[in-house]
Design a protein around this ligand. Sequence first.
Ligand code: RB5
Length: 146
Amino acid sequence: MNNSKAILIGSDHAGYALKEFVKAYLTELQLPVEDCGVNSEASVDYSDIGLQVAQKISDDTGRRGILICGTGIGMSIAANRIKSVRAALCNDLFSAAMSRRHNDANLLVMGGRVIGTELAKEIVRVWLDTAFEGGRHQRRIEKLDR
Ligand code: RB5
């Protein structure tokens, strides 16, 4: 990944354990991370963190983020309400690659209660390393912001 801006990361209580794991993995890769919480497994509303992280990406579209809740569904729904955010729920490697190649996803969402740590690591690696193909896909994503 060619981006020196810190990767935003956030979760609710159900995604907390996987968030901590992914954060450690990103640090191991020497990638800067900005942790937007939560900081424990105390119950919170996924919408709060999801909207907050998505807004940061909307304010600076060069940034990328990772959100984790129990299924990944709530975080995806929340984040995709924010303009210019393309949040992709990827609990498998094919979706992770395609969300970058075709959708230029700027937010990766995973389900902490759906996938294990090793798969999550691979998903993150593939998602960060896969480039957007542009071309006809550029036209399609531009229509979303109009
Ligand atoms: C929390 O129990 C759970 O509902 C949340 O993490 C998420 O899966 C919602 O979509």
